[in-house]
Design a protein around this ligand. Structure first.
Ligand SMILES: Nc1ncnc2c1ncn2[C@@H]1O[C@H](COP(=O)(O)OP(=O)(O)OP(=O)(O)O)[C@@H](O)[C@H]1O
Length: 356
């Protein structure tokens, strides 16, 4: 396994001059040995480009890739000793499940007894022990993809295992199981795993550290908790969560904070000028009229979502969402309510970046 350090940028076109010419803007990033990482972001943000640069399928147009301090920028995937799992199954239909799982080990001339042991362990982790002697050709698409996952995980000596949206072909209910399984496998095998996805649930369940990307930029690297509690960029606040964070325009002076027409004493040290107040719907609550840090809003929608109620309100032309317990006395649509937006979980942003 290896510690992977990136200090690079990548443009597919020659002579890039502006930010939009880059698939990856200049970045520095370290993936620690044995960690479970996800690269998360919308389509086109540069996830696959970053993964391919790590695997050696693509050389960055500038900068370096280090594995355990050694420069591997121009080394092939084989030389880097990387295992990869792609969106669609890559297996041999004519072989049995066991032969498919054994293939990467056999290729490296691992002794038969060790192959049998490791294949047995991996099959058990993936709950495929009963299918080891079946021909892969006869299996359903998700079983085939499980074999691909197994082949990616079977070699204990790889620098890292890279997954590119590996659960795309998997049924939703099995997807949920496999996500958990991968997390458990990571704990047991202690391999460095890097997982590309545009699905936040997938990233947040699987990874210890999630790299959130947008437009060729890694905007935050953090745990699920950090991304939820303190998004360092408004993009992360928006992208993580369902629905994402509420943002309201705010202005700070030396001692007053103005938010959506209301004025309060400055709650903490903030830079003067235009800001955005960010608060997650989970931390917006019903408040007493005219409470400090609360806004008078008009309820536009109440949705019962089973475990909670999602209240949508408008204030000063802005939309605000609050996730409320169904136990509270709910207002009706069209009614005026006071919603608390200021509290210990409220964040402030200047030029889209969090204010410390
Ligand atoms: N071979 C290529 N040649 C030119 N441009 C490319 C190439 N591959 C990707 N791009 C561009 O680079 C940017 C990043 O693409 P990339 O595939 O890395 O994003 P992604 O986040 O993995 O998206 P997706 O989830 O859709 O695969 C996009 O603007 C894309 O159009």
């Amino acid at each position: 396994m290896a510690r992977i350090e990136l200090d690079l940028a990548h443009a597919y076109r020659a002579n890039p001059t502006q930010d939009s010419d880059y698939a990856l803007l200049p970045l520095k990033m370290t993936f620690n040995d044995g960690g479970a990482y996800a690269l998360l972001g919308p389509s086109g943000c540069g996830k696959t480009t970053m993964l391919n640069i790590m695997s050696g399928l693509l050389a960055p147009s500038q900068g370096t890739v280090l594995f355990d301090g050694k420069d591997v920028t121009r080394a092939s995937p084989q030389e880097r000793n990387i295992a990869q799992v792609f969106q669609f199954p890559v297996i041999y239909d004519t072989m049995t499940v066991a032969e498919n799982l054994a293939f990467p080990l056999r290729n490296r001339k691992v002794p038969q007894a060790q192959i049998d042991k490791r294949v047995g362990e991996i099959a058990e982790m993936l709950e495929m022990s009963g299918q080891l002697n079946q021909r892969a050709a006869n299996l359903a698409a998700d079983a085939k993809q499980k074999i691909s996952l197994g082949r990616g995980l079977v070699r204990p000596d790889v620098s890292a295992v890279l997954f590119d949206e590996p659960l795309t072909v998997i049924d939703p209910h099995l997807k949920w199981q496999l996500r958990r399984k991968l997390k458990q496998i990571h704990r047991e095998l202690k391999l460095t795993l890097i997982y590309v996805t545009h699905d936040q649930v997938e990233a947040l369940t699987f990874a210890e550290q999630v790299v959130v990307m947008t437009r060729g930029r890694a905007v935050q690297v953090g745990s699920a908790d950090a991304l939820f509690e303190r998004p360092s960029h408004t993009f992360v606040g928006n992208f993580i969560g369902s629905p994402g964070m509420n943002f309201l325009p705010a202005t700070a002076t030396a001692d007053v904070l103005q938010v959506a027409g209301a004025q309060w004493f400055l709650p903490r040290a903030l830079p003067e000028g235009a800001l955005k107040l960010g608060v997650r719907p989970e931390y917006v609550s019903l408040a007493q009229p005219a409470s400090a840090g609360a806004l008078r809003c008009t309820v536009s929608k109440i949705q019962d979502v089973g475990t909670h109620v999602m209240l949508t309100a408008s204030v000063d032309g802005q939309t605000l969402k609050a996730r409320l317990s169904p136990e509270v006395q709910l207002p009706a649509e069209g009614e005026e309510v006071w919603l608390q937006v200021l509290g210990e979980h409220t964040c402030f942003y200047k030029n889209e970046e969090i204010v410390q």
